[in-house]
Write a protein that binds this ligand. Sequence first.
Ligand SMILES: *[C@@H]1O[C@H](CO)[C@@H](O)[C@H](O)[C@H]1NC(C)=O
Ligand SMILES: *[C@@H]1O[C@H](CO)[C@@H](O)[C@H](O)[C@H]1NC(C)=O
Ligand SMILES: *[C@@H]1O[C@H](CO)[C@@H](O)[C@H](O)[C@H]1NC(C)=O
Ligand SMILES: *[C@@H]1O[C@H](CO)[C@@H](O)[C@H](O)[C@H]1NC(C)=O
Ligand SMILES: *[C@@H]1O[C@H](CO)[C@@H](O)[C@H](O)[C@H]1NC(C)=O
Ligand SMILES: *[C@@H]1O[C@H](CO)[C@@H](O)[C@H](O)[C@H]1NC(C)=O
Length: 469
Amino acid sequence: MALSRSCLARMLTSLTFLLAALVSTSHAARLTAAFQQSFDSASNSVVIRAELMHRDHPDSPLAPAEGTTLAQRWEAAVNRSDNQIAARGRRLAYFQTPVKRIGGFSGEYIMSIAFGTPPQRFVGLVDTGSDLVWVQCVKCPGCTNFVQPDPFYDPTISSSDEYIGCSDKQCFEFESPPLCSTTKTCRIDYGYVDGSFVSGTLTTETITLSNTAGANPVASGFVMGCMNNNSETGFDNYDGIIGFGRGTFSLPSQFSTIAYLRVFSYCLVPFAATTTQTSSMLFGTSDPANALGLVYTPLLDIGTTNYYVNMTGISLNGEALDILPSAFQYIKSTDSGGVIFDSGNAVTRFAPEVYNALRQAVSNLTQYREVNQSNLDKYCFNITGVQTPMYPKVTLHFGGMDGSSVVDFDLGDENSFGPYSGDEGVSCLAFRKSGSEESSIGGLQQANHYIETDVEKMRMGWVTKDCTV
Ligand SMILES: *[C@@H]1O[C@H](CO)[C@@H](O)[C@H](O)[C@H]1NC(C)=O
Ligand SMILES: *[C@@H]1O[C@H](CO)[C@@H](O)[C@H](O)[C@H]1NC(C)=O
Ligand SMILES: *[C@@H]1O[C@H](CO)[C@@H](O)[C@H](O)[C@H]1NC(C)=O
Ligand SMILES: *[C@@H]1O[C@H](CO)[C@@H](O)[C@H](O)[C@H]1NC(C)=O
Ligand SMILES: *[C@@H]1O[C@H](CO)[C@@H](O)[C@H](O)[C@H]1NC(C)=O
Ligand SMILES: *[C@@H]1O[C@H](CO)[C@@H](O)[C@H](O)[C@H]1NC(C)=O
């Protein structure tokens, strides 16, 4: 299915700017310089506002068939999440023995992005679990099975394309020792834990974030993958992947180094609204006055890609559950456990000990009749005929920045329960048991929170917010 022109135009026109409420003017000046001549100086804009579109949105090339119900969308989202065989580390080192593919690559959000001079536009799947930004390029003998909505990126018609040589610094940063193509360009192979892989060359290009009149931020020197071979399936219906991890080559990391856009923030609309609204994505810096009242938790220095946080516990209706702190901890010796934020995964997955405690406590507090599911991991209630279901209130706890305090992440009903058995009259606990000791906080739970990620300060902050307004 092809992405309609009107859809692309809509996505691009909505890449607009926010006024300078969040950052100081001196910063704006630095940004203007970094982003060449094209920054909107009239409005003193220092924050770039982009748009995250859920894959189910009717304008998305990944949208489900018309007439798909909310309960069916929930079910599909949970299925996608279940199919992600590991909670973290979707990037593999080269081609390790490919893991058996279970489902297609399953990010939840897409973003519009353009490379080249003049700009060539693409739709990328946002992936918080990897670091590379790539699209497929012309002369792509290995791309025949990849159904994408736009033409391949063509470096020969771009005046700003520059291949990275295999002795260049970036090539070593990507992989040491670097791979070399026959023409001495930097060859890259990139694999994902679901078994899919891409390979091609590393190149620098100009990236364009918007074509809104008078506000057309363009940054040069963006390192991206120009791919010309891919695994047989798994990437259909978008043009490439936009790595959003903590690593050097991810989109937010490169914005930080080439354009002083140090933090990124987003506010995901709740799942029910994802077919009618898009979610906002901001690149900029932290507001020193913290006008929004974010609370912060440290990002832990584990691995190079994932956003590990120090989760300490869960409460239900204000009562702390009896869970040992060790259930949330990362164990270095076995490289296991830990908790990450992962918006590319729909539903939160908890290590078995944590999940079991939560489920037991919910069971104690819920008045609705349990519905037996063939899949015992689904924990669902019959709410048929109930006007306003009453659910226990779930709060996640994290360590504060001072090393001793605790900050709360409050969840609403829309974050905690959903009809993912496929039946609107049945509501299920929107948390799943992880297949390992690792836990990840998914997009369904992050919805209706303004969430800021600051890798420079190694912290993540949030505040509860209605993201639909
Ligand atoms: C979800 O997965 C289950 C089990 O594999 C399958 O029966 C069901 O049809 C799937 N539903 C959707 C909407 O993908
Ligand atoms: C693509 O990569 C695979 C795995 O390395 C290889 O077997 C295949 O020959 C490549 N295809 C092309 C067209 O280069
Ligand atoms: C659930 O209720 C049972 C029986 O009253 C009690 O023993 C148990 O501690 C409760 N568990 C939780 C997690 O609240
Ligand atoms: C669910 O199934 C179990 C055994 O499989 C049974 O004991 C229980 O009564 C069933 N619950 C309901 C609500 O049907
Ligand atoms: C839910 O309860 C209603 C009656 O209150 C019943 O008709 C329906 O079959 C039940 N649904 C499930 C999935 O058990
Ligand atoms: C996590 O936070 C708790 C509470 O603030 C603190 O006691 C603990 O040392 C922190 N752990 C890590 C790994 O930072």
